[in-house]
Design a binder for this molecule. Structure first.
Ligand code: ATP
Length: 264
């Protein structure tokens, strides 16, 4: 697929569980192939629900969600999308490698191929040495890396991540954020990443979409600018302030093209 073609398109999308109250409404959003898009918003606004709608797990009540057809989706052993949860959701009775293989089951691969693919994904997240261990023998950060490996192993067109580092301590979290950027450099995966951490979104994303309001809608869709980024720079602090206002439902305070600032 050509880079920067649109992979996901939401058009006037709305979701209501009861047909009366909408969680979000009138959402228009395009994610291009290769982009890393973060969705920021207050707790309970509907970020996880939006992710599940994009993934096709919940049909939208209004509007459309389109995932562009891709050649890789036709390949044996591939899925269109894969989700990484906040808790890794590993099966305690399966080894690390067999947890990663789980995503590949039912995709028509031989046992040897599943094994090789799982090994490859574990290498990508730096867990080759832990392949035969049990989930209970891993740290929280290692368990999350297994969750990332399990998602990557199905070679998804779109990697969805639902606050994947939200339950980790600050140091482990920073390590995994750095690793995710490296993995993404290597794989060029398109990523949709839900978080309520402004600094995390600024560090990781190419673009930040702010969801706010009741029903929620897209209150901001801001590019972050080139890497590497210094979160303490005036420009990034200004972006953080702007995002904070948008999350709080305040009018967009606006801002210049901060990424063009000489301070970054
Ligand atoms: N199956 C359901 N039926 C009815 N309401 C639901 C259902 N699932 C979620 N909700 C409601 O939808 C709203 C959005 O939930 P969601 O989990 O998407 O928010 P979120 O932004 O991801 O929150 P958080 O940041 O706290 O994880 C919440 O008010 C929640 O209570």
């Amino acid at each position: 697929m050509n880079p920067m073609t649109s992979l996901v398109r939401l058009e006037n999308t709305g979701l209501s569980h009861d047909g009366k109250h909408f969680i979000f409404r009138h959402v228009d959003l395009t994610i291009r192939t290769g982009e890393f898009v973060a969705v920021l918003g207050p707790s309970g606004v509907g970020k996880s629900t939006l992710l599940r709608v994009v993934m096709g797990l919940i049909p939208p009540t209004e509007g459309q969600v389109t995932l562009a057809p891709s050649p890789s989706a036709q390949q044996v052993g591939s899925r269109r999308t894969a989700l990484v949860f906040q808790d890794a959701r590993l099966m305690p009775w399966r080894s690390v490698r067999r947890n990663v293989e789980l995503g590949l089951e039912g995709l028509g691969l031989s046992r040897n191929d599943r094994h090789a693919r799982a090994e490859e994904s574990l290498r990508l997240v730096g867990l080759s040495a832990e392949a035969s261990r049990w989930p209970r023998q891993l740290s929280g950060g290692q368990r999350q890396r297994v969750g990332v490996a399990r998602a990557l192993t199905v070679n998804p067109d779109l990697l969805l991540m639902d606050e994947p580092f939200g339950a980790l301590d600050a140091i482990t979290r920073a390590g995994l954020q750095a690793e995710l950027l490296t993995i993404r450099e290597k794989t060029r995966k398109t990523v949709l990443f839900v978080t309520h951490d402004i600094d995390e979104a600024i560090l990781l994303a190419d673009r930040i979409v702010v969801l706010a309001g009741k029903p929620a809608s897209v209150r901001g869709d801001l590019p972050v600018g080139p890497r590497p980024r210094d979160p303490s720079s005036t420009a990034m602090r200004a972006l953080a302030d702007r995002l904070r206002a948008l999350i709080a439902g305040e009018p967009d305070p606006g801002g210049a093209a901060y990424w063009q600032s000489a301070e970054i």
